[in-house]
Design a protein around this ligand. Structure first.
Ligand SMILES: Cc1ncc(C[n+]2csc(CCOP(=O)(O)OP(=O)(O)O)c2C)c(N)n1
Length: 604
């Protein structure tokens, strides 16, 4: 036993933890005394709630909600009840929550209310790259934008104080880079914030038109007071430098600016809404030339221009995509502020093209084999299964937003689409936004088939539980939604549940469903092969002698299937990678010569 290992580490190390931005927001919320927190998963925000659920349940009730609007409403409810509350979501989640969000902007808060929103510039894992700051502008609520994980913690704590002080919901906005980047963070202690109790005040809490008119004025007044407050608040940091040259920036752009333009005067905005006009004007007047470096929309730039001040921004820095030191440097080079660097030959390995594919044994595979064979026009939805729009499955014609498939299918059918019309939707997505659309389909007697792809998990975002999995965020047992009963209760008369791995039954059932007039629902049922545990059955193998290179199995797009060196009549035979195969047998079911069998049965 080494004495040095037994010695207590210095206090400053005890308080230092490597956290990513999401974990830091969770920590900040916990330290701020958050009592209720709710989220719907969505990259890059998911780990906020997963991380909050690692804190004691006696401190914070943390939950997955069925969608982002419900999550925000849960947090709003807790705030009404006088407690500090957090809702978390990705940027497009705010579209779903927007109705509640816009009204809450009028109502304000009782217990502090913080909304953590993670934007995705560059569209790493989303359907678009909208800028949540526009929502803040729209609703008149403040946005705090941390630049690193330490600030993510501190700004989240601060957001709760600001929320209660100014009677407003506060957004903490991150982007993918910050959400997923880990750095050393100094931790603080949790403050226990007593409940303020429910405050009966219908004129503030009940948004009928007469009340809302007054609250709109209160909202505008609050925005003005916030702007005044943010004029001198330390969260907006003025770093004096070269008087010839100033940069206004925020969030993860700040370290890029510092790296590329170390000598510049910098106004680092920690709060990007509301913007203090006075602060912006004073900064711009202090330097000869001003640039704004901000990802996505030119929010700060427009505000400065509206003051009649000349400023450069999107003329040199892109309005799309994610920034990096290289992008920021290129912008300043384009503006003639930096000399172009001599081109060095970068090491540029040629990566082999590897398009994303469904996992080996993914139960969605058989569903889309049957969907494609049915010849239907297919409205798809968002989840792992969206990959079925690619070759070889090619089973999806459209994909708009979460839950859109069923509504889109209704519209296509009513518009007289000549092919049979189908909607395909995952279990989590169905619970999120599919149910109202299915009710619509029944109500309006749409002639559509809905394929509910139940893999018992929210796979796309990393395997989160939902009301159909039988588990809560903290892993406690929970009631499981019975999809068949639910769908019947909605009024669907034709419902069948099939084993996703029974290809013949999936094909046949889908054919029958399509023939049915009116709404039919097929529930394709099999757990995801990765969640909650990786499924690994006995691997299959191709008997090389028997394989006639018909290549039917290749239509599955299964990553465990690869080309063999051997050929038959000029076509390549197929081989199965035993490390990847999980033994789902789908390839064996489509094999035309019955040459795919469990490894031990195949003569090698
Ligand atoms: C409004 C919105 N919220 C969250 C997301 C992130 N997201 C994409 S797909 C998905 C759910 C996928 O689960 P499921 O429908 O069960 O399909 P699976 O991936 O399991 O096949 C989520 C949460 C999103 N794209 N849009």
């Amino acid at each position: 036993m080494h004495g040095s290992l037994e010695a207590a580490p210095p206090q400053e190390f005890v308080r230092l933890r490597p956290l990513n931005g999401n974990e830091a927001i969770a920590r900040g919320a916990w330290e701020a005394g958050v009592t209720v927190a709710a989220a719907y998963p969505g990259t890059p925000s998911t780990e906020i709630m997963e991380s909050l659920a690692t804190y004691p349940a006696s401190d914070v009730h943390a939950q997955w909600s069925t969608n982002e609007k419900v999550a925000l409403d849960v947090a709003i409810g807790a705030s009404f009840a006088g407690r500090r509350a957090l809702a978390a979501m990705k940027h497009v989640g705010l579209n779903v929550a927007a109705d509640a969000f816009m009204s809450q902007a009028y109502i304000g808060v009782n217990g502090g209310l913080v909304l953590a929103v993670a934007d995705d510039p560059g569209i790493h894992s989303s359907q678009n790259e909208q800028d949540s700051r526009i929502y803040a502008q729209f609703a008149g609520v403040p946005v705090l934008e941390p630049s690193d994980a330490q600030e993510a913690l501190e700004f989240t704590r601060m957001a709760f104080d600001l929320s209660e002080r100014f009677d407003t919901l506060v957004i903490v906005r991150t982007t993918t880079r910050l959400s997923h980047t880990r750095s050393a963070v100094t931790l603080g202690e949790r403050v226990e914030v007593p409940s303020r109790g429910f405050v009966e005040n219908p004129a503030k809490n009940v948004m009928i038109p007469a009340h809302a008119r007054t609250r709109h004025l209160a909202m505008l007044d609050r925005e003005a007071r916030l702007e005044e407050h943010l004029r001198d608040a330390p969260i907006n940091r003025w770093e004096k430098g070269d008087a010839a040259f100033g940069v206004i920036t925020a969030g993860t752009c700040y370290p890029y600016v510092r790296e590329v333009m170390p000598g510049a005067s910098v106004l680092k905005l920690g709060a990007t809404w509301p913007l203090s006009k006075d602060l912006l004007r004073r900064f711009c007047e202090s330097v000869d030339r001003v640039f704004v470096v901000e990802e996505l929309e030119p929010i700060i730039e427009r505000e400065i221009r509206a003051l009649g001040i000349e400023v450069a921004g999107k003329a040199f820095f892109p309005r799309v995509g994610e920034f990096s030191p290289e992008v920021v440097r290129a912008g300043f080079e384009k503006a003639g502020v930096l000399q172009p660097r001599p081109q060095h030959v970068a090491w540029a390995p040629e990566p082999i093209g590897r398009p994303p594919v469904l996992c080996a044994g993914c139960p969605h595979t058989s569903a889309y084999m049957a969907v494609r064979a049915s010849g239907a026009r297919v409205a798809g939805d968002i989840g792992c299964y969206t990959l079925a729009c690619l070759d070889p499955l090619r089973g999806i014609d459209t994909c708009v937003s979460m839950g859109s498939s069923i509504g889109n299918a209704i519209g296509m059918a009513k518009a007289g689409e000549s092919r049979p019309v189908m909607a395909t939707i995952g279990d989590s997505t169905f619970l999120h936004a599919g149910i109202p659309a299915l009710i619509d389909a029944v109500y309006n007697n749409a002639n559509i088939t809905v394929m509910l792809l139940d893999n018992h998990i929210t796979a796309m975002t990393g395997g989160q539980d939902h009301p159909g999995t039988g588990k809560t965020l903290r892993g406690e047992e929970a009631p499981r939604v019975d999809y068949e009963a639910l769908v019947r209760a909605i009024g669907v008369k034709w419902v069948r549940k099939v084993d996703s791995y029974d290809l013949a039954v999936v094909y046949q059932t889908l054919r029958e469903a399509i023939v049915h007039r009116g709404v039919s629902v097929v529930i394709s049922d099999r757990p995801c092969v990765l969640d909650p545990v990786k499924i690994k059955g006995p691997a299959l193998s191709v008997s090389n002698d028997l394989c006639n290179a018909c290549q039917s199995c290749m239509n599955l797009g299964c990553p465990a299937l690869t080309w063999a060196d051997e050929t038959f009549e000029g076509r390549h035979k197929v081989r199965i990678d035993p490390a990847l195969c999980i033994g789902c047998t789908l390839c064996a079911q489509v094999c035309t010569v019955d040459c795919i069998k469990p490894v031990e049965m195949v003569q090698q």
